[in-house]
Design a protein around this ligand. Sequence first.
Ligand SMILES: Cc1cc2nc3c(=O)[nH]c(=O)nc-3n(C[C@H](O)[C@H](O)[C@H](O)COP(=O)(O)O)c2cc1C
Length: 404
Amino acid sequence: MSYADIATAGLRCLPPETAHGAAIALLGLTRPLAPPPPDPALAMTLWGLRFPTPVGLAAGFDKDVRCPDAAARLGLGFGEAGTVTPQPQPGNPRPRLFRLRRERALINRYGFNSAGLDIVAARLERWRRTHGAHPRPLGVNIGVNKESADPARDYAAGLARVAALADYVAVNVSSPNTPGLRAWQAGDSLHRLLAALADAHGRLDRAPPILLKLAPEIDDEALEALLDAIEGAPIAGLILTNTTTARPPGLVSRQRAEEGGLSGPPLAPRALEVLRRAYALSGGRLPLIGVGGIDSPEAAYARIRAGASLVQLYTALVYRGPRLVGEITQGLARLLAADGFASLADAVGADHRTPARPDQDATAISFAMARAASSGSGACVIGRPTTSAVAPARAASAGVATRA
Ligand SMILES: Cc1cc2nc3c(=O)[nH]c(=O)nc-3n(C[C@H](O)[C@H](O)[C@H](O)COP(=O)(O)O)c2cc1C
């Protein structure tokens, strides 16, 4: 048993939020893990950034950038700090984090407890000054205050504030714990948000890629509308998905009745489905980060085959500890090799190109047919989303491919 295993077991004996704080503190204090260097086949280049492995740390673990190199210390390929709100705010009253031990899941209703942009930006500035360019990309996830008078303006201000300090910026429009936040995924609100982001983006000297983080409840119609809306907007990718307000059947832990966002294995089927749909609907042109219930190399690999260029972990790390990182990284390399892929990029979206298996949905089949019909013109251009190339795949999912 390693010291990390012992620490993980010890943390699980503490109340959940105390354990969360202690985990961040411990991570900053202890010697970084020294996992074997990752297989070069796992490296991914996206948005001009090199990710040594596609396995990253999801938002919400280090909300206030207390440990900016958390990802490196855990042997992960990238990190995502935040969510940070413009002004400091305490979030919801405690208790607000619950373990569903039987399901190895969590429910949280933190409600964007945040030190605020000034403190977070100062920490990032200090860290960037001391460490320079870091070999592991660090994204910053931005949100809005509960009492925001103008959320679109606040998102834009957040982008402007962290742009020079973040390798990518994730715009969180999907936390279930801030009333009204998810409305920014659709309709007029979405258009207003995109316009505000485009305006802020256009003024930046250094413009990092902007990603939208979506909720698992988004349905096909809303997803398709969102993909239409972001054509021409400075959106470089999607993160799929945040936690769910749904309570899938079969949950047995008493804490299942707590209000908040559910994460971990019960979220996995829906997070995978939304990811698969987003890849098919966007014709594989828009880089996607898959997150939600990933707890094994097989689960991570399934997300990549369904269309994720990168994946993120959170809840499984709480239950399994840092040991999981090596297991997933090494397992992924094995799975890639077993399927004959020379690089990770070759495996991204592979399910949409191979003959359908019984567990695949009709979208994947029609997308595969569309690719065949377009005789290769729709080659996947990871990292360079082109809006014009999205249309054929959307037509395919609407059945046009079968007429072609
Ligand atoms: C305790 C906790 C806090 C979270 N806080 C945030 C957050 O501040 N911003 C965000 O975008 N996602 C947040 N998330 C969602 C995760 O980033 C991730 O999308 C979700 O937990 C699904 O992944 P998982 O099943 O691997 O945990 C949080 C999740 C948990 C468990």
